[in-house]
Design a protein around this ligand. Sequence first.
Ligand code: NAP
Ligand code: MG
Length: 402
Amino acid sequence: MEKIKMTTPLVEMDGDEMTRILWGMIKEELLLPFLDLKTEYYDLGLGCRNDTNDQVTVDSANATKKYGVAVKCATITPNAARMDEYKLKEMWKSPNGTIRAMLDGTVFRAPIVVKGIEPCVKNWKKTITIARHAYGDVYKASEMKIPGPGKVELVYTAEDGTQERELIHNFTGAGVVQGQHNLKDSIESFARSCFTYALDVKQDLWFATKDTISKKYDHSFKDIFQEIFDAEYKDAFENAGITYFYTLIDDAVARVMKSEGGYIWACKNYDGDVMSDMVSSAFGSLAMMTSVLVSPQGYYEYEAAHGTVQRHYYKHLKGEETSTNSVATIFAWSGALRKRGELDNLQELVDFADKLEHACIKTIEDGKMTKDLALITSLKNPVVLNSQEFIQAIRKTLEESL
Ligand code: NAP
Ligand code: MG
């Protein structure tokens, strides 16, 4: 069989621990035999980040801006224990944080739905994708404990020295206060990333805040989304047959629980933190969660939502068998390959990405899976495979479909 051609390289960001082992196996078994794989390789493994003073992370983000599409393996975010383990010069920042800041993007997380791994919410038939705003609000708040009676105010001092004040509270006893902020630019980027992604996957976009109570803060989020939608995306949404739907956050939560899924739910920072854990755990497994960073300019970086699966890696190092689920990492590759195919007009590459995803789903639905899924499946007598056998089983299913 002739290998499928690519014209533009994918930005390949290798990573750490068990996911790095899976990364190699996925390329060996599922990509290189079928594709004339073109990538520009960046080693984001902690050793190389340390050797290059983290320059490699910056270079990989710049390459993503140049080519438009990246695929990333999970990476270690260093903590005190990692400083010793990897003899680090510095406690390097999270690569995901660095890349997100450079691309100014929003992260979209969606579960992979298969028969036999049913969501706890029985009416959820299709995926619910959470888009979380990644800047500001309570995560960048200033707080104070108020010891006793006194007046607390918000004060804005403009560059020319003029001031505006707003009373928070006249305290008659002890209490607490908090000052939050967000930025127009950041909210606009968030909105554009959401509208871009909704058009990309042709799904409705939902957004919710508490604008009835927060008439300036939350209402600004609502207004900015609506203004950008009306000015830049309305026609495209109509042509794509999708809708933008705004409601109050409590109404959104009630509707989500009763819905059958199949939409993107844009959330303010705190709502996204809470709701993404709810949605992912209700859908079954962290190992079946995909993640894509979308910049307002339309750059894409695909990855799995889970980490480097450290516990399995230590078993692997001891020569013990592992049964680590590679599906989310495979979907990171298929997502990136599909996007590359769409941008470069390579239908064969798009079809290959579809078949690769289908092969993962069919393998599991045929009862062959890793241990994490075997523990939660409703299928009778699942066959539990080790990390390598599972990838080889997917290869067999894939070959049958090609
Ligand atoms: P983790 O790698 O997500 O794994 C936590 C646990 O979840 C595992 O021990 C395993 O449970 C289960 N699990 C996760 N993915 C799995 C898979 N593909 N197949 C089977 N089971 C899976 O989180 P962590 O152990 O807390 O973090 C390890 C490292 O990952 C940390 O250094 C952290 O900084 C990094 N991290 C990176 C990213 C990223 O790059 N995007 C995200 C999160 C964390 P059992 O042990 O019970 O089998
Ligand atoms: Mg959380």
